[in-house]
Design a protein around this ligand. Structure first.
Ligand SMILES: [Zn+2]
Length: 142
């Protein structure tokens, strides 16, 4: 990881998260507007097929399939009860340096767990494919 401190901490700030919600499908007459999404810690991470993927910058929980009446705060809490950011009682700007560093440490745990899980999934997918190949070869030889 060679990201700068500025990049590292950028998404702690509401304005920066809000900027990611360009093209977000829910803007009027609904609970999950870009503003409420960003306030709940989400950043917009759309893919070609899913324009409504949002990810918590902190716990990295990804949620999609949003409905207009979904409350981002509630969705975040119920899908990721261990997220420290959504449980925060203060604004990021009001944290002491020590509190901020503690929070950042917790965030890194989520990042590490995320990349480990990704590696495990990749390995399992590769193992399954290889297993199927071996089975096919064995059956061809019979
Ligand atoms: Zn979270």
């Amino acid at each position: 990881m060679n990201s700068t401190i500025e990049e590292e901490t950028k998404m702690y700030f509401y304005e920066n998260r809000l900027k990611t919600f360009e093209g977000w499908p829910f803007t009027e007459d609904c609970k999950c507007t870009p503003e409420t999404m960003a306030r709940a810690g989400f950043i917009h991470t759309p893919s070609e097929n899913s324009p409504d993927i949002a990810k918590c910058f902190f716990c990295l929980k990804e949620l999609e399939g949003w409905e207009p009446h979904d409350d981002p705060q509630e969705e975040h809490k119920s899908h990721s009860p261990s997220c420290h950011f959504i449980a925060l009682k203060k604004k990021v700007e009001e944290l002491t340096v020590e509190e901020f560093l503690k929070l950042q440490k917790e965030r890194h745990k989520f990042i590490i767990i995320g990349s480990c899980n990704q590696a495990i999934t990749q390995f399992e997918t590769a193992a399954k494919l290889r297993g199927a190949e071996i089975l096919k070869t064995a059956m061809d030889e019979e």
